[in-house]
Design a protein around this ligand. Structure first.
Ligand SMILES: [Zn+2]
Ligand SMILES: [Zn+2]
Length: 118
């Protein structure tokens, strides 16, 4: 999972972006330096911090294999762009290969806990 942020997303007119930080904490630490150096903020006010956190974009690749939840069908999804995409694709597989018209909540929870994010 990579974390990205650009000042333009919170209405700042400065063109600054962070791409590919490996955690939200890392990104915020880096952003504190930028806020101080470029925006003259010695600390980031709570409301701005809130806004920043809401605008942090996560990017990653989502992977899942049925074997992870004990299914022996050999089905895998590798590198879907979003969890939503992966789950939509998995719903089709569940229907066509496992005869599940919908995925039960407990199975869905098990699936979600096994999704790998890179
Ligand atoms: Zn900025
Ligand atoms: Zn399967």
């Amino acid at each position: 999972m990579k974390y990205n942020f650009s000042c333009a997303d919170i209405g700042m007119n400065c063109g600054y972006q962070i791409k590919g930080a490996s955690s939200e904490d890392e990104l915020l630490e880096e952003l504190k330096i930028h806020a101080k150096m470029s925006h003259g903020l010695t600390s980031i006010p709570a409301d701005v911090l809130d806004k920043i956190k809401k605008n942090i974009k996560k990017s990653g690749k989502y992977s899942f294999s049925c074997a992870d939840v004990g299914m022996k069908c050999g089905f895998e999804i590798v590198n879907a762009d979003t969890e939503e995409e992966l789950l939509n694709e998995l719903a089709i597989h569940a229907k066509l290969s496992h005869n599940m018209t919908s995925i039960p909540q407990d199975t869905l929870n098990a699936i979600k806990s096994k999704i790998k994010v890179m």
